[in-house]
Design a protein around this ligand. Structure first.
Ligand SMILES: [Zn+2]
Length: 524
């Protein structure tokens, strides 16, 4: 299957995902990553309906993409007017792109009930819109909205719509499972039936409402589709779009389709995390290929087997997609777990090494106090470095104070004051926050930011508190887990104390130290 084109719509369809809102700058950054990855097409937005998207296209028209073509999105013209008079089509021309995708109706139900026009006028809208844009020298892709539902209920009409677009000069016909409810077997059957009827490029655009979008996209490729549309991490309306991350990995590693280079495939984990970071969406740990847990081993039996032969519990080498193997450390994992984890951080320990025994004992002592390194490997790495006396301090705490104030009907406020020693200098800073932990976080970064500028690239993405021995009432110990992320990865740190602020501080400091450690040691 040569020449499969990857078409990303993170910036258009993906931005419809709940909780996602991109600024123009966000979009420019994501487009840069997609171009670096070497995707054929980047759909940037809908210039005719959104001024922010128009701004993006005008800014992008001054930049040069190395590998990708930028595509603008729009719809067929409105009923009863000429394409050249339609505001959204004029917007496409104004966006200065060389390629556009326009979507149109193919399902008679939509033509009659939603568009409320005649079936013949809808065909005319497709012909007129496509041929008008083609006459302006623009490459046009036609997104056949709801194609699979349309084909199942009125096959003849759905095919007339495709023919109208193709005859008018469209360069690709894209079959959309807009409602995302089509079974993979049906996608396969229908794409196979349509393939011989379309002479131009045939695309697939799946939504994930039945959790089948990736499978159906791959099935469509097997049935003859040569363009795959999707979004990074599967972001999109409702349950999202087809996730390009596993699609790329599967095409490349399982189906032998050379859609991006081996070198770029190694960037997949970075791009997945980068886009999650910019999208302000928590990275799914169980995301296939690029999630933090995708190659994490916990059971002792698995750890032992993976040490003998990684293929025993891994379907691919994690390095192919730029991810890494993780050995989850717990008391149960024993010396093997400690050794493997140490090896991960570049420290060679043997089973008989007295250091291995010392670390295992330390680990057991910490676990009995309520530390739980399985979920906090960044803290474990720091523990290891400190136990082996390899750790060089980035800063030293001299003290902190947190003030939480509530005045009758006013909002509650939190302020933290901290004193730290950094590179011989004494820093004394104060900062406010949404709560005491946020205030501490802000104060610590404020103190360190001039010494370690990369700290501005990380932020806390999750904060969990658990009470450990509930029977002790208010004197109970609490365990705080903090997840932090930057553009490349996320990591977890832990703190345990009878005081929630102290436990949080401990996890916070580990989080910052881990970031500094990995930035300064050419870590991993
Ligand atoms: Zn869509």
């Amino acid at each position: 299957m040569p020449g499969i084109k990857l078409y990303d719509t993170t910036l258009r369809d993906g931005s419809q995902g709940e909780g996602i809102s991109y600024s123009v700058m966000d979009k420019i950054q994501i487009a840069g990553e997609l171009d670096m990855l070497g995707l054929s097409y980047i759909e940037g937005g809908w210039p005719g309906s959104n001024p922010k998207d128009m701004d993006f296209f005008l800014k992008m028209s001054k930049k040069r993409l190395k590998n990708s073509s930028l595509v603008a999105f729009g719809s067929t013209r409105r009923p009863g007017i000429k394409a050249g008079e339609d505001a959204n089509i004029k917007g496409l021309l104004k966006s200065r792109v060389k390629a556009v995708t326009i979507f149109g109706k193919t399902w008679d139900l939509h033509v009659k009930d939603v568009l409320r026009t005649s079936l013949e006028e809808n065909l005319e809208m497709i012909r007129d819109s496509v041929s008008f844009l083609v006459s302006k020298g623009i490459v046009v892709f036609y997104d056949a909205e709801h194609f699979f539902d349309a084909y199942k209920t009125n096959k003849e009409y759905s095919l007339k719509c495709l023919r109208a677009a193709e005859d008018a000069g469209a360069s690709a016909i894209v079959l959309c499972d807009t409602n995302g409810g089509t079974l993979t077997s049906e996608v396969s059957r229908i794409v196979s039936a349509v393939r011989p009827l379309v002479k131009v490029s045939l695309g697939i655009h799946c939504h994930n409402d039945a959790d089948l979008a990736v499978a159906s996209s791959l099935a469509a490729v097997e049935a003859g589709a040569d363009m795959v549309q999707g979004t990074i991490n599967g972001y999109g309306e409702r349950c999202g779009n087809a996730d390009l991350i596993p699609i790329i990995a599967n095409l490349k590693l399982k189906m032998g389709v050379d859609c991006i280079s081996d070198e770029k495939l190694k960037e997949l984990t970075h791009v997945s995390h980068f886009v999650s970071e910019i999208s302000n969406m928590k990275q799914r740990p169980d995301q296939p290929y690029t999630g933090d847990s995708a190659f994490a081993h916990k059971a002792g039996v698995h750890i032992n087997a993976v040490m003998k032969n990684t293929l025993s519990y891994e379907h691919i080498d994690p390095g192919f997609v730029g991810n890494r193997r993780r050995i989850l450390v717990s008391e149960l994992g024993g010396k093997t777990g400690v050794m493997l984890r140490a090896k991960d951080t570049g420290i060679d320990l043997t089973k008989d090494d007295p250091q291995t025994k010392k670390i295992l004992k330390l680990l057991q002592a910490m676990e009995s106090k309520g530390y739980h390194y399985e979920a906090a490997e960044a803290s474990f790495e720091l523990l290891l470095q400190k136990a082996l006396k390899k750790y060089k301090k980035f800063f030293e705490l001299e003290g902190f104070r947190v003030v939480v104030e509530k005045e009758s009907d006013k909002n509650i406020t939190s302020e933290a004051i901290i004193k730290v020693k950094v590179k011989g200098a004494k820093e004394h800073t104060a900062a406010e926050g949404d709560g005491p932990v946020n205030a501490l976080d802000n104060a610590l970064r404020k103190a360190l930011k001039d010494f370690y500028p990369t700290l501005s690239k990380m932020h806390l993405s999750d904060f969990k508190v658990r009470v450990l021995n509930e029977k002790a009432g208010t004197a109970a110990r609490v365990r705080v887990l903090i997840q932090s992320q930057d553009e490349d990865e996320s990591w977890n740190t832990i703190g345990v104390s009878e005081n929630i602020i102290e436990a949080s501080w401990e996890a916070l400091v580990d989080s910052v130290e881990y970031k500094l450690l990995k930035d300064h040691a050419g870590h991993r």
